[in-house]
Write a protein that binds this ligand. Structure first.
Ligand code: SF4
Length: 368
């Protein structure tokens, strides 16, 4: 692995910042100095593509223009504004942190990295990103893009999931951080990873660091970073009910502390071995809400991928004649009209089913 001499560090800083000054993307959050707005952008940018964030960041700030408005909003409104962005834990943490900042910091984000890190949802990455970009603190960010650039630049072939490699990368990021422009440096390094030093076919000929890149010199930039091989992605069949009572549909909220917590969905769950999808649908509705449903009829099957697994969601129209839904494996189950569904935040797979339902017309009810 390449040692970072003072001369090399100075040259790398100079070359990358010059490149950034000339070629940086025009992104709306780069035109503000409002720490709250910068924080929202950094949270959104984790796990979401820049092009998506561009539009959604503006909409989110129109809905919650400052930290106090966000802190006082209902969680459901925040989740609704986040709908479709995925990784909803980010939205819940953003909301929680806003409440803490309002209660304990007078509504202003603290400007020290350690104080930021103490807020809900602020890991090392967010604390360093907000600290450096909004407040000029000397904190180096390490995300997937930075890991890729640095392992290639330094020709580090250690497994990046191992603690020793992580420590080496963090040490290199700390050493390289440009002390007078830490926020720009961090953004420049991340942007280089996103636009030039891409996972496949890096554009080394356009790269401002090519002269000093040890991975390129060794002819193995594309093999870095080294990660352990992943096994096959698990797949689950999920059966769920579009449970009708008259022209109203049954929905329920997912428990707050799990995957997609706080979002609404049609009751359902994993099919068990030996069970038909229709049987799984009837059983899941019963286990989650205590309701007995009859005559499940297939409506739609759709595929959806999460980070660590894939699902096929199979939806069945079915009917519940009587009984009050109970929160057995869910929260706040209720019947609502099709028009009311738009007020509730749904995970993406359920939202796609809803769109299909609304497109089907007549509420999509097979007996309407
Ligand atoms: Fe990445 Fe190529 Fe630049 Fe090295 S020269 S940092 S591999 S784009």
């Amino acid at each position: 692995m390449t040692a970072l001499s003072s001369a090399l560090v100075a040259r790398l800083r100079r070359n990358l910042l010059r490149h950034y000054d000339r070629h940086q993307r025009d992104l709306p959050w780069r035109r503000t100095s409002d720490p709250y707005a910068i924080w929202v952008s950094e949270v959104m940018l984790q796990q979401t593509r820049v092009e998506t964030v561009r539009e959604r960041w503006t909409q989110f700030l129109e809905r919650f223009p400052d930290l106090a408005v966000l802190a006082r909003a209902r969680e459901q409104s925040v989740l609704k504004a986040w709908e479709g962005l995925g990784y909803y834990r980010r939205a819940r943490s953003l909301h929680k942190a806003a409440k803490v900042v309002l209660a304990e910091h007078g509504g202003r984000l603290p400007d020290e990295v350690d104080a930021l890190r103490a807020l809900p949802g602020f890991g090392d990455y967010t604390a360093a990103a907000v600290g450096s970009i909004a407040f000029g603190r000397r904190a180096a960010v390490v995300d997937g893009n930075v890991i890729r650039v640095l392992t290639r630049l330094l020709d580090d072939d250690g497994d990046v999931t191992r603690a020793a490699t992580k420590r080496r990368i963090q040490a290199a990021a700390d050493r390289l951080l440009a002390p007078r422009r830490p926020g720009d440096w961090n953004q420049a390094l991340m942007e280089l990873g996103a636009t030039v030093c891409t996972p496949r076919s890096p554009s080394c000929l356009l790269c401002p660091l090519q002269r000093d890149c040890a991975g390129r010199a060794a002819g193995r930039a594309e093999e870095l970073p080294v990660k352990p091989a992943r096994g096959p992605t698990p797949h689950h069949d999920i059966a769920a009910g579009l449970v009708w009572r008259g022209d109203r549909l049954l929905i329920a909220r997912r428990p707050a502390d799990g995957l997609l917590g706080g979002l609404w969905e049609f009751p359902g769950g994993k099919r068990r071995d030996g069970e038909s999808l229709a049987e799984a649908c009837v059983r899941e509705v019963r286990e989650e809400t205590g309701l007995e449903v009859t005559s499940p009829e297939p409506f739609l099957s759709l595929d959806h991928a999460y980070t660590h697994f894939r699902i096929t969601l199979h939806l069945f129209h079915c009917v519940s004649e009587h009984g009050t839904p109970r929160p057995l494996g869910c929260e706040a189950p209720r019947f609502v009209s099709v028009d009311e569904l738009d007020r509730y935040p749904f995970p993406r797979a359920n939202r796609r089913a809803l769109d299909a339902l609304q497109t089907a017309g007549a509420g999509g009810h097979p007996r309407a």
